[in-house]
Design a protein around this ligand. Structure first.
Ligand code: HEM
Length: 154
């Protein structure tokens, strides 16, 4: 389980790299009137694949590291404790929304009929997803019961 947590923690950096790259592509696309290129498509595909793997790892951690049992058996205590509430509820639910946004976003981009619309949809869907990811990562500067290291220890 320690290896899965290690991978989940490292993979955040790949997701942030491709997520922010995707967002920059959308911004330069919208404001620079650029064509929607195969590179734009490839970078947001990598972003989506990262989120898919992260979801699978996250679900395994969620059900195997006792977060779900904690929530099921002592809901009140979990809700009162900011650290437990973060992993048992907030991180889990918000990252699920991120995953949905990225998938719906990619299909909206695919369906849009002009390059300008493709960039605009990218900016909206992937932009919100990135903001939620940044808000929901347990950064080292969060309160001590939520904070995790910049890089995981094995
Ligand atoms: C973009 C998506 C996600 C990112 C960037 C992300 C990032 C992280 C990070 C950085 C940690 C701390 C790891 C450490 O201790 O060093 C963590 C922990 C955790 N994540 Fe995620 N996560 C994502 C999605 C998810 C999803 C979708 C789930 C559940 C379905 C999930 C469940 C968990 C759980 C349960 C932990 C705590 C593991 C433990 O300490 O037992 N994550 N996540």
């Amino acid at each position: 389980m320690q290896h899965l947590l290690f991978t989940h923690s490292i993979l955040r950096w790949a997701i942030l790299l491709f997520g922010i790259w995707t967002l920059l592509n959308a911004i330069t696309g919208v404001f620079g009137n650029r064509k929607y290129s195969p590179t734009d498509n490839k970078i947001n595909l990598f972003f989506m694949i990262g989120c898919d793997i992260q979801l699978v790892l996250g679900l395994i951690l969620y059900f195997n590291n006792g977060w779900f049992d904690m929530l099921k058996n002592s809901t009140k205590d979990v809700m009162k404790d900011a650290g437990m509430r973060f992993f048992a509820m907030e991180h889990f639910l918000m990252m699920l929304i991120v995953w949905l946004l990225v998938h719906v976003g990619r299909s909206m981009v695919k369906r849009a009929d002009t390059d300008a619309k493709k960039h605009k949809k990218s900016l909206i869907y992937f932009g919100i997803a990135i903001l939620l990811i940044l808000a929901m990562i347990p950064w080292p500067f969060r309160s001590t019961d939520i904070a995790r290291d910049w890089l995981p220890k094995l």
